[in-house]
Design a protein around this ligand. Structure first.
Ligand code: HAM
Length: 415
């Protein structure tokens, strides 16, 4: 029996990797146009990093992490998200002393033990951006504009930007009290996890995925009504600037986000067709300090790549995959010349295929046709002797004689 892949993982076959690369390259261009630089961090970290960063009472930490003891007895976790690792790397590598703000982006696999369903996997990929070192509302605006540019660059329509503010530790203290009062009426009916959240972090109950908890949450007090003056002003500035720039957005006071590090502005981009969140982010002004650094405000987002690429493919049906520019056909005894020529052309960036199965002339012709080679070049004894060969355009059937010089060949197949 063939061993199957673990539940919640995906194989990306060559047809799909072309689509991924196309999307990744376009996103990279946008990120770099805003001066973001790529960072890559380990796929596993000390479990404590996520417990402290993402939060002990979040679904991610309580239910979804791939955690194990390594052979040295350390508790290790496969990263469920990118922000915690990036902030750790920022501190550990002295990036705090670089000119501020520090702008980083990543494209990495993430791991969460989730209930697998449409758009939800156990291994998935995020492209994220982290802007570290500014508390200004202009940073919130710039990062939201950058996210919009990504969707524009990919020509993905039908998405809604939703924003909210979830305040800072100062205003949240009061809000937590009011929330506790609300939940206390029905706390017996909530799921066991929510019961444990009631004392420690009642806001997390708002983010529970259990249906019965969601129903009980209807009518809960809203954070937006308890913002302190500073948070209120920050949110007003973000909204007014977005409006002045003609950015369409909706305020969704239900956005609480699933990770504990968020403060002030939070935002999500929703795919209107599937209802799924394709991009999520927000400010995390306390995280750098939580990890032992100086108080350093920051903001970022991450795009769910599987979700984004599904949307991209729905809007771009005719994707081109890489096909050979030329097939060099030769029989066994002439193949040294064919190998040489193939190597020379490949060095020039031409996509070349040739026989390595010692197939017959006819079989090679059929194969060149099957792999949709654009041109065919036959090298036999005569061609080698005369240093001349015919190039056939496989679509039109037109033939042209060229010398076996790379420049002449390239000229005739690249126009
Ligand atoms: P998040 O909302 O947990 O935020 O994830 C961001 C995006 O990743 C989601 O909106 C979704 O598109 C995708 N995603 C999450 N879980 C899954 C899954 N199981 N399967 C497929 N896609 C998924 C973060 O992770 C934050 N680190 C984002 C951030 C960066 N905030 C500030 N900086």
């Amino acid at each position: 029996m063939i061993i199957q892949k673990p539940k919640g993982t995906k194989d990306l076959l060559p047809e799909e990797t072309y689509q991924w690369q196309e999307v990744e390259n376009k996103i990279k261009k946008v990120l770099e146009s805003y001066c973001y630089k790529e960072i890559r961090v380990p796929v596993f970290e000390h479990t404590e990093l996520f417990q402290r960063g993402v939060g002990e009472t979040t679904d991610v930490v309580q239910k979804e992490m791939y955690t194990f003891d390594d052979k040295g007895g350390r508790s290790i976790t496969l990263r469920p998200e990118g922000t915690a690792g990036v902030v750790r790397a920022y501190l550990e590598n002295g990036m705090a002393s670089k000119p501020s703000p520090v702008k980083l982006w990543y494209n990495m696999a993430m791991y969460r033990y989730e209930n697998v369903q449409k758009g939800r996997f156990r291994e998935f990929h995020q492209t994220g951006a982290e802007l570290i070192g500014t508390s200004s509302y202009l940073a919130d605006v710039e990062i939201i504009l950058m996210a919009i540019q990504i969707f524009k660059k990919l020509a993905i329509p039908n998405i809604t930007l939703t924003i909210n503010s979830i305040g800072c530790p100062t205003c949240r203290a009061k809000y937590q009290e009011v929330l506790r009062e609300f939940f206390s009426q029905n706390i017996g009916q909530y799921c066991e996890t929510c019961k444990t959240r009631f004392e420690k972090n009642p806001m997390r109950i708002l983010d529970c995925k259990e249906k019965k908890c969601r129903t009980l949450n209807i009518g809960a007090p809203r954070m937006i009504d308890y913002l302190c003056e500073e948070c209120k002003e920050h949110f007003e500035n973000v909204k007014n600037t977005l409006t002045a720039l003609d950015v369409d957005y909706e305020i969704d006071t239900n956005i609480v986000r699933g990770l504990d590090y968020y403060t002030k502005t939070v935002f999500e981009f929703i795919d209107n067709t599937s209802g799924l969140t394709v991009l999520g982010g927000g400010r995390y002004d306390g995280l750098v300090e939580e990890f032992g650094g100086q108080p350093t405000p920051a903001i970022g987002f991450a795009i769910g790549m599987e979700r984004l690429i599904e949307m991209y493919c729905e809007n771009h049906k005719n994707l081109i995959e890489s096909i050979p520019d030329i097939y060099i056909l030769s029989m066994e005894h002439e193949s040294i010349e064919a190998i040489r020529l193939a190597e020379i052309l490949r060095k020039e960036g031409i996509i070349v295929e040739k026989d390595i199965l010692q197939r017959s002339f006819k079989a090679q012709m059929r194969y060149a046709d099957k792999i949709k080679a654009k041109f065919l070049l036959v090298i036999g004894e005569t061609e080698i002797r005369n240093h001349k060969a015919k190039i056939k355009n496989m679509q039109t059937g037109d033939e042209i004689e060229v010398s076996l010089e790379k420049d002449e060949i390239i000229q005739n197949i690249c126009h």
